[in-house]
Design a protein around this ligand. Structure first.
Ligand SMILES: Cc1cc2nc3c(=O)[nH]c(=O)nc-3n(C[C@H](O)[C@H](O)[C@H](O)COP(=O)(O)OP(=O)(O)OC[C@H]3O[C@@H](n4cnc5c(N)ncnc54)[C@H](O)[C@@H]3O)c2cc1C
Length: 269
């Protein structure tokens, strides 16, 4: 279904006992649209009611059709908390989806969207939590992790961090240049990719789904970066199947449950 209109003037959120849903809706203006990959675009939104947020949090977006039909989805903030009155949302296209095709095919600079947030507690990072950080991303699960990495760069640039990013093929890697440039520029950051379906001929990264050997390798790499064997603070985000597998493997390699934070985006990709 296509939703030709995006702002529902005067619409109130459905009543619920969850405090999250008392966050008021507001309008945001689309300032910029950038293609990250062939199926991921970043939308910079200028908020009418800017709010401070923590790296890792998300916003809800609500679309309203002229007949009143509404569709609502969550999108993580890709930008760091220091980015003023704007937030970046990166939306990956799910071809048979309802909301992500609307973003990809319809939303343009100057459009108004209805959003509410920031939302989310456990899957957030701030410098008071320290590190080192072991960040695991599957597909568009890289979005909140980008915010965490950018925030770390701004407020704790010496904190060691290792990102393991699982994608299907090289062209599916979102923010690749930003990630590679960040790792190149900072000796305490490492980025590793796992390509699960197709790898280039000269590929030297991982070529399989996340498993115990891979995570042992990553935790050892992070221990070398941080010169400590202390358990890292772990964040895993992506499709449900990826996150569940990553959490199981983290536990299997001896990471304590209490330092693992997860965010599930939806069905197994
Ligand atoms: C806290 C949170 C943060 C999120 N942040 C992001 C983000 O930063 N970027 C982003 O692109 N998405 C993010 N998502 C997922 C997003 O909310 C939507 O689920 C996604 O955009 C699909 O919506 P849709 O309306 O296009 O598809 P739907 O109409 O909801 O679904 C269409 C079909 O695709 C399947 N599907 C739905 N979601 C996914 C998925 N994530 N992966 C694979 N298949 C799926 C459905 O089972 C269905 O078969 C987040 C989800 C949560 C819960």
């Amino acid at each position: 279904m296509r939703l030709p209109c995006s702002v529902g003037a005067g619409l109130e959120p459905a009543p619920t006992s969850d405090m999250t849903f008392r966050t008021p809706w507001q309008t945001a203006t689309v300032e910029r649209v950038v293609a990250e990959t062939y199926r991921a675009k970043t939308f910079t939104l200028r908020l009418s009611d800017p709010r401070t947020f923590r790296a890792g949090q998300h916003y809800d977006v609500r679309l309203t059709a002229p007949d009143g039909y509404q569709a609502q989805r969550s999108y993580s903030v890709a930008s760091p908390p220091s980015d003023g009155n704007c937030i970046d949302l990166t939306v990956e296209l799910i071809p048979d989806g309802e909301v992500s095709p609307y973003f990809h095919e319809v939303v343009q600079p100057g459009d108004l969207l209805e959003v509410r947030g920031p939302i989310g507690g456990p899957f957030t990072w701030g410098p008071e939590l320290g590190g080192p950080l072991l960040l695991l991303a599957g597909g568009s699960g890289i979005v909140p992790i980008r915010s965490i990495l950018a925030h770390r760069e701004a407020v704790a640039p010496d904190l060691p961090a290792l990102l393991l990013y699982s994608a299907r093929a090289p062209e599916d890697i979102i923010y690749r240049k930003w990630l590679d440039d960040g790792a190149e520029a900072c000796p305490t950051v490492a980025v590793r990719y796992a390509l699960t379906r197709r790898q280039p001929e000269d590929w030297t990264g991982y070529a399989r789904r996340v498993d115990a050997d891979m995570l042992r390798d990553c935790t050892e790499g992070l221990a070398r970066l941080s010169e400590t064997d202390a358990a890292p603070l772990c964040y895993a985000c992506g499709p449900t199947g990826f996150v569940e597998a990553a959490a199981d493997v983290l536990l299997a390699v001896g990471i304590p449950e209490g330092v693992i934070r997860t965010e599930r985006f939806g069905p197994t990709a």
